[in-house]
Design a protein around this ligand. Structure first.
Ligand SMILES: C[S@@+](CC[C@H](N)C(=O)[O-])C[C@H]1O[C@@H](n2cnc3c(N)ncnc32)[C@H](O)[C@@H]1O
Length: 319
């Protein structure tokens, strides 16, 4: 086998790696699922000899993900075999019918790519100076939701092949409450503030205006209703549960610095990739200042995006 050329790989937006203060690992506390798997193992062990149970956990993420830090932080006394699987979940990652349980955590709102028409100045769907799906331009909203529709379809098609009949998929995803436009949520305001920071910097001549106009987040927050409709188009999974989770940190008061600490590990690589490494500190510094100026508006937004829990079961089909 020859070496893969990195330029041929699909675009990916990894989180900040390592375990430094601005790393994703140091700024995410809600991802301990391992305890849930252990709990399940204990429940199962009521009926079976626990020593006979063996688990294999595949950690999958894009090729650029910092798998080294992930592997180094796995507990030594873990009760499962661990392996890493690089690649996009919008395609096949595993052989047919080999997965019993899939857990997709805060990832499916990342699109496979930014819709092309929204960065095309000649298109009626051009997103001009906005950096996300505000919904104010109809064509932009349609382009984002069409991309999301195709992506979810690809995700489910791939899992249809990989998950055993009766197998489960848990999806945790950031969603917009039904009936609330995304810009009216606190997250929508945070994205707007981020976009306005970039525009200010372009006006000051610190970054190129063209770069700002061509920057869009490859993120789409669907509503629960939208997700339900998309999942139902795939005939191989039934929706067993879909409910809003009560995030323990949802009502925690955040300082401007907290907002930056949450956002930076997620957006840093994408900013670096688009604007260049030399602008990253300045952009996030300005963001903190702007957030501090807008803190009261953000806090007023009681309609935040929600943590949506979806449990799917692979239908035992006859074909
Ligand atoms: C906010 S992080 C969540 C990471 C982890 N699941 C957790 O809960 O801590 C989003 C992750 O989704 C990954 N991601 C985004 N698009 C992806 C894709 N198409 N295929 C695989 N991973 C993807 C990113 O690389 C990133 O690690």
């Amino acid at each position: 086998m020859g070496c893969a050329n990195k330029d041929n790989l699909p675009k990916s937006y990894p989180m900040v790696g390592g375990d430094g203060t601005q790393s994703y690992a140091q700024n995410s506390s809600y991802q301990n699922i391992i305890e849930a798997v252990e709990l399940k193992l204990i429940q199962l062990a009521e009926h079976q000899d626990p020593s006979a149970l063996e688990f294999q956990v595949f950690f999958s993420d894009q090729y650029d993900n910092d798998f080294n830090t992930l592997f180094k932080t796995l507990p030594h006394s873990r009760r499962y075999f661990a392996a890493g699987v690089p690649g996009s979940f919008y395609g096949r990652l595993f052989p047919k019918s080999c997965l019993h349980f899939v857990h997709s955590c805060y990832a499916l709102h990342w699109l496979s790519k930014v819709p092309e028409e929204i960065v095309d100045r000649n298109s009626p769907s051009w997103n001009s100076d906005s950096i996300h799906c505000t919904g104010s331009v109809k064509g932009v909203a349609e382009a984002y939701s069409a991309r999301f529709r195709n992506d979810v379809e690809a995700f489910l098609n791939a899992r249809t092949q990989e998950v055993v009949p009766g197998g489960l998929i848990v999806i945790l995803i950031l969603a917009v409450p039904d009936g609330i436009p995304f810009p009216k949520t606190a997250a929508g305001v945070l994205y707007d503030v981020f976009g306005s920071c970039l525009i200010d910097m372009a006006k000051m001549g610190l970054i190129s205006e063209e770069k700002v106009y061509s920057f869009n987040l490859p993120i789409y927050h669907a509503t629960p209703k939208e997700l339900e409709t998309l999942i139902q188009r795939n005939k191989y999974f039934s929706i067993e549960r879909m409910e809003e989770l009560n995030h323990p940190m949802r009502n925690t008061p955040f300082t401007a610095e907290d907002y930056t600490s949450n956002l930076r590990p997620v957006f840093e690589e994408i900013i670096k990739d688009h604007f260049g490494n030399e602008y990253v500190n300045q952009i996030f510094h300005n963001y903190t200042i702007k957030i501090a100026e807008n803190l009261s508006i953000i806090e007023e937004k009681t309609n935040d995006i929600i943590d949506l829990f979806i449990l799917l079961k692979r239908i035992i089909s006859t074909d």
